[in-house]
Design a protein around this ligand. Structure first.
Ligand SMILES: [Zn+2]
Length: 374
């Protein structure tokens, strides 16, 4: 057994506040293969729990009998010093990234950071949400193609304020040379609003305003249980992204609102709702729908509604996207195969199965009738 260094405990640095000091404790050079490490899955740690379990075999013998918390603390200090940044769990890195922005970025319009229905929304939208009935929702929206709902949502002043806040982020990013993460793999421009301090506001927007609509309009994809979101803006036009390929969103329900400004082109094209298995199947003529953006106006659709954006041919277009997700729906989906309540292709397959069953039954009846009259 090789012991690297001494396992002597320095009482002056290990007592007192109950922390285990790393000063005079060194890791073993070779792992103790007989030792059964603890599990760390249930702890809030900034590195993968497996790393802690593996590293535990290298702990100095005197440390093997201390509490799991103390072991974790000791190992964390080591990991923070030596593990490449890339090994850290993504969520911790993202927390740090977000904190760095929030600590340094000065918001321009603080009134945007809390939902204020009176200044955010147009009166018709506020009334419909207050009434909270399917009839009130339907009265303010059109459904130009099945599953695509269009309605006025934001006041012009709110759109302008949000646009100027976004310009302010961009200015700050350029000036400080801060390397920001873009909203998704498809957009080179745009910003994640959640990273700039708007997470709480967008959460309230989802809970108080989008979930009530989704509960009624998209019940079969977890509309009533939306519990997390990804909120971002995309920017199209000259010196920005041009268009956006055909895709589905990583959401159950997507809210897409045009904020402005002056532009032409940039139409959204929709091509039917599909489950994972059917995402690349062909489009049927009744599924084809194109939509032209109007500032302040929202399009609400299922995340699995296949779509893309045509080129913005002149001017600049900025859209707010809120991808709303339901963890309950995602968990349930793992045990299901038939999504005929929302997938266009599953639904067609199911109808086809029913048709052939009926046809087979009819054939059987004819045959029996033939036999009995013969
Ligand atoms: Zn399907």
């Amino acid at each position: 057994m090789s012991l690297h260094g001494s396992d002597r405990r320095d009482t002056s640095s290990s007592g007192g506040n109950g922390t285990v000091a790393a000063a005079n404790l060194r890791l073993r050079l070779n792992p103790n293969k007989e030792h059964r490490p603890d599990g760390y899955e249930d702890m809030q740690l900034d590195f993968s729990p497996n790393i802690f379990s593996s590293l535990e075999r290298y702990l100095p013998p005197s440390m093997l009998n201390v509490s799991r918390d103390d072991k974790a603390k000791f190992m964390r200090e080591i990991l923070l010093k030596y593990l490449p940044v890339g090994e850290r769990s993504r969520s911790q890195k993202h927390r740090e990234y977000r904190q760095k922005i929030i600590d340094n970025y000065q918001p321009l319009h603080r009134e945007l950071y809390y939902v204020n229905p009176a200044t955010f929304f147009v009166p018709s939208f506020r009334r419909a949400i207050n009434d909270n009935t399917e009839q009130s929702f339907r009265s303010i929206m059109s459904e130009p193609s099945p599953g695509i709902f269009v309605f006025d949502i934001f006041q012009t002043d709110f759109c302008e304020l949000l646009l100027s806040e976004i310009e302010n982020f961009e200015k700050w990013v350029t000036e400080t040379k801060f390397r920001i993460m873009r909203p998704n793999t498809m957009n080179k421009y745009g910003a994640v609003l959640d990273d700039f301090g708007l997470e709480k506001m967008l959460d309230k927007l989802m809970e108080g305003f989008i979930r009530p609509l989704s509960r009624v309009l998209f019940a079969e994809v977890g509309g009533a249980t939306l519990d997390s979101h990804h909120g971002f803006v995309v920017e199209y036009g000259k010196d920005r992204d041009v268009d956006l390929g055909f895709h589905v969103d990583d959401s159950e329900v997507t809210l897409n609102v045009c904020l402005g400004k002056q532009f032409s082109g940039g139409e959204l094209f929709f091509r039917g709702i599909r489950c994972e298995k059917h995402v690349n199947t062909g489009t049927h003529s009744e599924e084809i729908f194109d939509y032209s953006h109007v500032p302040g106006r929202a399009v609400l659709h299922r995340g699995r509604h296949r779509h893309g954006a045509r080129a913005t041919t002149s001017g600049n277009r900025v859209n707010l996207l809120l991808w709303c997700r339901s963890s309950v729906f995602r968990e349930m989906k793992r045990y299901q195969k038939d999504f005929s309540s929302w997938c266009g292709e599953c639904s067609r397959e199911k109808k086809e199965r029913q048709r052939s069953t009926i046809a087979a039954t009819k054939l059987e009846l004819f045959r029996r009738e033939g036999e009995s009259t013969a």
